[in-house]
Design a protein around this ligand. Structure first.
Ligand code: SAM
Length: 291
């Protein structure tokens, strides 16, 4: 088996729970790299032990990302190949990897992304909400005022919204979502790929009820319906209520004309003409109203 190419930074996605969720290519690069830069060396050590990989590990995390980042870039420029891994999922997505990747690109280093698990894609794919366009917001700010400000900015977001959230902040976050974004559909993806995997799908209020009765544990992704890309079901419900509103106006117009002296037939004819509605449709609306 050949070595990983010298002078390359490899982005290696690791399982978000189930240890089987790792590609053959990631395993090969982890084996062949000169060393692995890991967010939490203890977490990565477990994975490496499981697959019998002995590549040296260095710690690259939020608190040492400046100093270590510079060292890693220097090593790669000197010809080393480095595999970057985060605690779980794809490095660079809501973790300090983002910083190293920028540094490497600035230094002219080749950055090779390997495909693999990421909590955001996993959650969106199974959410049941529109997946054609989505806005990934990562973690909302922890401070309530900041969090609410960020949600205000998302109020009119047309795309599906995806958030990472810690379990102890879930209820506060859901109640801010209900206050600011209003009642909408939501999917709460919890502990994906793990023993207690759960997908809660419903409205924001239903999610609040669910997690008030059993406080959540584990890791969570929230997928929230946007304002523009509604599911077929929501669209149908909205069309129905739109049609109900139109029917109400038609009835009011017919009644107004009858009150002003027209007979029913004349009133119907006038309304059909004014609103360009087939007379048969108008008749049906009147009949349904009389039932
Ligand atoms: N880079 C990672 C990725 O690509 O998924 C994400 C890193 S971020 C620091 C960790 C967050 O991802 C967690 O707080 C949680 O919101 C989400 N997450 C990770 N694993 C998860 C899982 N198994 N189920 C649900 N959410 C998960």
């Amino acid at each position: 088996m050949g070595k990983a190419t010298p002078g390359v930074l490899y982005l290696c996605p690791t399982p978000i729970g189930n240890l089987e969720d790792i590609t053959l290519r990631v395993l090969r690069i982890l084996k062949e790299a000169d060393y692995i830069a890991a967010e939490d060396t203890r977490v990565t050590k477990k994975l490496l032990n499981h697959y019998g990989i002995n590549t040296p590990l260095v710690s690259y995390r939020e608190h040492n990302k400046e100093k270590m980042g510079r060292k890693i870039v220097k090593d790669i420029l000197e010809g080393k190949s480095v595999a970057l891994v985060s605690d779980a999922g794809t490095p660079g997505i809501s973790d300090p990897g983002e910083d190293l990747i920028k540094k490497a690109i600035d230094a002219g280093i080749r950055v090779v992304p390997l495909p693999g698990p990421s909590a955001v894609i996993c959650a969106v794919s199974a959410s049941g909400l529109s997946t054609s366009k989505f806005a990934f917001e990562g973690f909302l700010p922890q401070k309530a005022t900041e969090r609410r400000k960020q949600l205000e900015k998302l109020r009119d977001e047309k795309r599906t919204i995806v958030l990472y959230e810690a379990p102890h902040r879930l209820l506060k976050c859901l109640s801010d979502i209900r206050d600011i974004l209003g009642e909408r559909k939501i999917a709460v993806a919890r502990e994906m790929t793990k023993l207690h995997e759960e997908f809660f799908r419903g409205t924001v209020s239903e999610a609040i009820n669910r997690f008030e009765s059993t406080p959540p544990r584990g890791e969570i992704v929230l997928v929230i319906e946007g304002t523009g890309l509604k599911t077929e079901e929501t669209k149908k419900a909205e069309n129905l209520s739109e049609q109900e509103d139109i029917n109400k106006i038609i009835l009011q117009e017919v009644e107004r004309r009858i009150r002003s002296g027209m007979d029913k037939k004349e009133a119907m004819k006038a309304v059909a003409k004014e609103f360009s509605i087939p007379k048969r449709q108008l008749y049906k609306v009147l009949l349904e109203n009389e039932k």
